[in-house]
Structure formats: structure tokens, C-alpha cells
Design a protein around this ligand. Structure first.
Ligand SMILES: [Ca+2]
Length: 185
């Protein structure tokens, strides 16, 4: 019985090592609205199905595409670029064998905070460390939000050292000629 267990364990470890060594989704860059990632050629698979969904609602697929070998870059990777995403949001990307349907790899990708937030690592909702996005009210308010305490750091003059740019409060030119909204406000 013990032998069988050890054998099973070894097979399991061998399979896990083989899989992780052969197919990998690698995050490349992120902004508040865009993500890019790449994955490598897996064995002899000729057609991949790529799906991206919000982590919070996995059935809501926001991106779906099939890639064939003709999409493979010269460096042996397949590149995926995603746009029009929400800031500070986790997305699940999966790559499957398009012909046979089985899952090859999945990864969680996260967009950064929007430009009007200060981004740092802090405890998130479940108490675990993670990316937090702070608004100006969270800066130098005597409450530690960032693990590195950078949200409460003061400069030599005693002013808040790190402040996100202020969100524009005035209405602005909306891009349509002759349609200036309440500029004098
Ligand atoms: Ca704070």
C-alpha cells in the first residue's frame, strides 16, 4: 500500500514538473487598461484557444481568440495583447488545445491602478498582501495602508511625499468641435 502511494506521488510530481516545464503563460506588462502576456509552443499543438474572463465572473468571457502556428512569433512564443480593461482588476487567461478542448495553462493577470491613484502593496480584503490603489484622501491620513509605509511618508518640508495626481474636477473638451461643455463652470 505504501509502495503504491509513493509510486503515485512520484508519478504526480513527474507529471506536474513535465507540465510546468512545457507550457507557461508569462505576464509581460500591465497598465491600468491593458495587459500583455505570452505563452510558448506546447508539444505539437497546432491551434490554441485563448480565453480571458474577469476573475470575479469566470463565465463572462471578455476576449476569445484562436491562434494557429502562423501566429507564432520567431522567438517561439505566442503573444496576446488585451485592451480596454478595467483598472486594478484581476483577469483569468486560459490557453486550451483548440482541437481537443483540454486546458493547457491558466494564469491570473492584473491591471494596475488608474493614474489618479497611488499604487502600493498593502493588505487586501482578505488580509493577504496585494496591490492597493489609494486616493488622495488615503495619503498622510495617519492610517497605514501600504506595507512599505510610503503612503504616510513625509518629505523634508513636512509635506506628504507621495501624492497621486488630482482627478480633474472641471468638465473638459469632449472632442467634438463646437461642443464645449460648461468650461467656465
Ligand atoms: Ca494612509
Amino acid at each position: 500500500m505504501l509502495k503504491l502511494f509513493v509510486f503515485g506521488l512520484l508519478v504526480g510530481v513527474a507529471v506536474a514538473i513535465k507540465r510546468s516545464a512545457t507550457m507557461n503563460i508569462e505576464p509581460l506588462s500591465e497598465t491600468s487598461t491593458a495587459l500583455s502576456a505570452r505563452f510558448n509552443q506546447y508539444k505539437n499543438v497546432k491551434k490554441y484557444a485563448i480565453r480571458v474572463a474577469l476573475k470575479e465572473s469566470p463565465k463572462g468571457v471578455i476576449y476569445e481568440r484562436e491562434l494557429t502556428k502562423s501566429s507564432k512569433s520567431k522567438d517561439g512564443y505566442y503573444y496576446v495583447d488585451l485592451y480596454d480593461l478595467q483598472p486594478n482588476t484581476e483577469y483569468v487567461m486560459t490557453v486550451s488545445n483548440a482541437r481537443k478542448g483540454y486546458l493547457l495553462a491558466s494564469a491570473i493577470l492584473r491591471t494596475s491602478c488608474d493614474v489618479y491613484s497611488y499604487q502600493c502593496e498593502g493588505p487586501v480584503d482578505d488580509g493577504e498582501p496585494g496591490q492597493v490603489c489609494l486616493s488622495p484622501e488615503n495619503m498622510c491620513d495617519d492610517t497605514l495602508d501600504c506595507i512599505d509605509e510610503s503612503d504616510e511618508m513625509l518629505d523634508d518640508d513636512g509635506n506628504c511625499a507621495n501624492t497621486p495626481p488630482l482627478r480633474p474636477s472641471r468638465p473638459f473638451w469632449n472632442g467634438v468641435i463646437g461642443n464645449l461643455i460648461d468650461w467656465a463652470g
